[in-house]
Design a protein around this ligand. Structure first.
Ligand code: GDP
Length: 473
């Protein structure tokens, strides 16, 4: 902060109070993040040009020329309510849908796997089912999934976690393919599920809509092949492409310490080609790739886009959702990694800032804030619907109010994760945070507001949008 003050020729106190008016407590020696720096500088009539000697600048993601882009396989996450069959589906695909000639079945659980279908097309699956894992990665800034398969058991109903999964996929802008599961059971009623989806404004194909769905049995395998064909159809629409002819970048899926081998990390290559001997930087870890192994236990020398691979050689366990890069030399990778750990220690008390109601008016006035994302939880359906309606009507030309998830029930950890990944404010009506939700919200600095009077909630939001909200006591 002091340095910034000197650069702009104002006093440190002025900088600190400017930060405070943004709702940020900073000390003299604290490093300001880029966003705060820009806003504060603007207040004093400066524009910030980030040409600093930041060593991170050696990480450049080049824009690919269209002719360098080649089609790539879709990366798929399976989500749905507990016990509706996510694991069974992933297991079935792992065991059955592998063409001969791919030397062996999938024997290694490395956090993701790829399969080749009979027509030669490939699909990569993330092997950690559930929207929590999906959104936790997104909260870390990683968008890995191209398509979500949402499993709904046909002998059950559309359940709370089904709805959550739908909201989480939608908030990420990831297309959904429904797998209506357990149709082998005599009690299965797939039509009831489709009707339920229609009531949520999700019209599947059989019901004249555009959303793909297929009736399956993860137990017998009935319909799984067709389901995967529909996933490929969806992928075709997305025109997924990547440039394989450059240094690899991608995301860490999991990492752990193996007593014999050292740190083992599974990464998903998203563009470029990863090779043995490459110098890799992943989060706060780095190292030279010593060996690579695929999900079938085969040693591999190089891997291209949309392929999961387990690598040896990093000097630590990076976190799921960390991006990885290949750099020119090992020293550079090491330097950035250690710089990052240092920064992380300095900032450990402060996490990423998220939007709060108090801050909205100011951000709107600055013209940089166009959408207000809200997660709405209530005690009964009636109040949730009433609030949804009223909130949406508050949208103006300048700002759009989006209810990215609404449901009856307490505020859960999953709600907080979604708020973190989508920069949303959580509003609870006659409900409270449950379990760890409150603690995580505090850590992630997620604004949770609780109301028991409808008009109070509406007024607060309205005032916030007009920048008139009096600070919360
Ligand atoms: P998850 O919690 O969503 O991962 O669900 P699981 O895959 O663990 O499945 C929960 C239970 O449902 C297990 O006992 C499975 O054997 C069973 N199950 C899953 N899919 C099917 C199916 O298609 N048919 C039948 N009859 N049972 C299934």
């Amino acid at each position: 902060a002091t340095e910034v003050a000197t650069m702009m020729g104002v006093s440190t106190t002025e900088i600190i109070s400017a930060c405070m008016s943004l709702g940020l407590m900073v000390t003299m020696n604290q490093r300001l993040d880029a966003e705060t720096l820009s806003i504060v500088a603007e207040e004093f009539g400066y524009e910030v040009d980030f040409v600093t000697a930041d060593i991170e600048e050696s990480i450049v993601e080049e824009v690919d020329a269209p002719e360098d882009l080649k089609p790539r396989a879709p990366i798929v996450t399976v989500m749905g309510h507990v016990d509706h069959g996510k694991t069974s589906l992933l297991d079935y695909i792992r065991k059955e849908n592998v063409i001969a000639g791919e030397s062996g079945g999938i024997t290694q659980h490395i956090g993701a796997y790829g399969v080749t279908l009979e027509n030669g097309e490939r699909i990569a699956f993330l092997d950690t089912p559930g929207h929590e894992a999906f959104t936790a990665m997104r909260a870390r800034g990683a968008q890995v999934t191209d398509i979500a398969i949402i499993v709904v058991a046909a002998d059950d109903d559309i359940m709370p976690q089904t709805k959550e999964a739908i909201s989480h996929a939608q908030a990420a802008g990831v297309p959904i393919v429904f797998a209506i599961n357990k149709v082998d059971k005599s009690t299965a009623n797939p039509d009831k599920i489709k009707e339920g989806l229609a009531q949520m404004n999700l019209l599947v194909e059989d019901w004249g809509g555009k959303i793909q769905s297929h009736d399956i049995s993860a137990k017998t395998g009935l319909g799984v092949k067709e389901l995967l064909e529909k996933v490929l159809l969806e992928a075709e629409i997305l025109e997924l492409k990547a440039n394989p002819d450059k240094h690899a970048t991608g995301t860490v899926v999991e990492a752990f310490l193996d007593k014999g081998k050292g740190y083992v990390s599974t990464v998903l290559v998203q563009s470029g080609t990863l090779k043995i001997g490459d110098y890799v930087l992943a989060g706060t870890t780095s190292g030279k790739i010593k060996a690579m192994q695929d999900e079938r236990g085969n040693s591999v020398k190089e891997v291209g886009p949309s392929r999961p691979i387990s690598i040896l050689g990093l000097d630590g366990a990076s976190q799921a959702g960390d991006k990885f890069y290949v750099l020119e030399d090992e020293r550079e990778a090491k330097q950035i990694a250690s710089r990052r750990s240092q920064l992380q220690r300095e900032q450990s008390v402060r996490t990423q800032r998220h939007i709060t109601l108090d801050e909205i008016g100011r951000r709107i006035a600055l013209g940089e804030f166009k959408e207000l994302n809200i997660i709405l939880k209530g005690d009964v359906d009636g109040s949730v619907e009433a609030l949804t309606d009223s909130f949406q009507k508050l949208s103006t030309d300048e700002i759009q109010v989006n209810i990215i998830h609404k449901a009856v029930g307490p505020i859960t950890e999953s709600d907080v994760l979604l708020a973190s990944a989508s920069d949303a404010v959580i509003i609870g009506f006659n409900v409270r945070p449950m379990g760890n939700a409150k603690a995580i919200a505090e850590k992630e600095e997620i604004d949770i507001r609780m109301y028991s009077i409808i008009y109070a909630a509406i007024n607060d939001l309205k005032d916030a949008m007009e920048g008139m909200l009096s600070p919360e006591m």
